[in-house]
Ligand binder design. Structure first.
Ligand SMILES: [Zn+2]
Ligand SMILES: [Zn+2]
Ligand SMILES: [Zn+2]
Length: 234
C-alpha cells in the first residue's frame, strides 16, 4: 500500500461568461455554470496552469501553512489556496482521516467513512491526464464536491414558476434555465430570484490531492511538457 501525502486545495473562481461565483470543488474537464447555464471547459492545460507550480512547491513544504497564489491567464484571474494539510473530515467534525484508509480507497474507489462522525468522504484514483498535466506523483483525489451538494439549495419540485404569458404552472428541473411553456410555447427564462433559490452561491470548499510520498524524483523530461501546457501550447 502506498504511503500518501496530501495537499489541500481551495479554488474559488468566477464564471468567465457571467462573472458569477463558480464552484471548482474537484477535478473535472468541464463545469456547468448554474448561473448562466454555459458549460465552461477546464481542460488539462487549465489544471496545468492553475496547479502544477503550486503542487511542485507544496510537496516540499515542511509545515501545514496555507498559501495563496494568484493565477492569471486564458481562464481569467483567480486565486488558489493550498497547503500540505492532512486530509480531514468536512466541517464541523474536522477529524483527521487515516492515510491508510485513504490509500485503500484510492485503490477501491470506495468512499472513506470518518471514524468520528461516519460522514463519507469521496475518494478516487486521479485520472491519468490530471497527473500528467499537474504532477506525476499524484495518485488520488479526496473530498471532491459538486454544485448539487451546495447547502441550502431548494428542491426544484417545491418551487412554483408560472408562464408569464398564459399563467400555466410549469415544472422546473433545476438544470435548464431556458424553457418553453408546454401550453402556449412561449420561450421563458427562469428569473434570477427563482434561479438563485435553486442554486445558492457556492461556498468555498476544500478538497485534497493525494501524492505518492515515495515517488521517485521527477523525470526532467516531464518539466518542459508541463511548462508547454501552462503556457497554452501543445
Ligand atoms: Zn456563468
Ligand atoms: Zn467526521
Ligand atoms: Zn404559457
Amino acid at each position: 500500500m502506498k504511503n500518501l501525502l496530501s495537499v489541500a486545495i481551495e479554488l474559488p473562481w468566477v464564471c468567465p461568461q457571467c462573472k458569477q461565483p463558480l464552484l471548482l470543488g474537484g477535478v473535472t474537464e468541464s463545469v456547468l455554470c448554474h448561473s448562466c447555464s454555459n458549460v465552461i471547459e477546464t481542460p488539462p492545460a487549465f489544471w496545468a496552469r492553475t496547479l502544477s507550480d503550486a503542487m511542485g512547491y507544496a510537496i516540499g513544504f515542511t509545515d501545514a501553512n496555507i498559501m495563496t497564489m494568484s493565477i492569471m491567464g486564458d481562464w481569467g484571474a483567480h486565486s488558489l489556496r493550498y497547503g500540505k494539510v492532512p486530509v480531514h473530515c468536512e466541517a464541523p467534525c474536522q477529524a483527521p482521516i487515516s492515510p491508510a484508509a485513504l490509500a485503500e480507497s484510492v485503490e477501491t474507489g470506495e468512499p472513506v467513512g470518518c471514524a468520528a462522525c461516519a460522514t463519507l468522504l469521496r475518494v478516487r484514483a486521479a485520472p491519468d491526464w490530471f497527473a500528467q498535466a499537474v504532477h506525476p506523483a499524484i495518485v488520488g483525489i479526496a473530498g471532491e464536491r459538486h454544485l448539487a451538494d451546495a447547502a441550502g439549495a431548494e428542491d426544484p419540485a417545491s418551487v412554483r414558476f408560472h408562464c408569464h404569458s398564459c399563467g400555466a404552472a410549469l415544472p422546473l428541473d433545476g438544470q435548464h434555465r431556458k424553457l418553453q411553456c408546454t401550453y402556449c410555447n412561449t420561450e421563458l427564462m427562469v428569473p434570477d430570484a427563482v434561479w438563485i433559490r435553486l442554486h445558492p452561491a457556492p461556498t468555498l470548499t476544500r478538497w485534497f490531492i493525494l501524492f505518492d510520498a515515495d515517488a521517485p524524483p521527477e523525470d526532467d523530461d516531464m518539466i518542459p511538457l508541463r511548462a508547454r501546457m501552462r503556457s497554452g501550447r501543445r
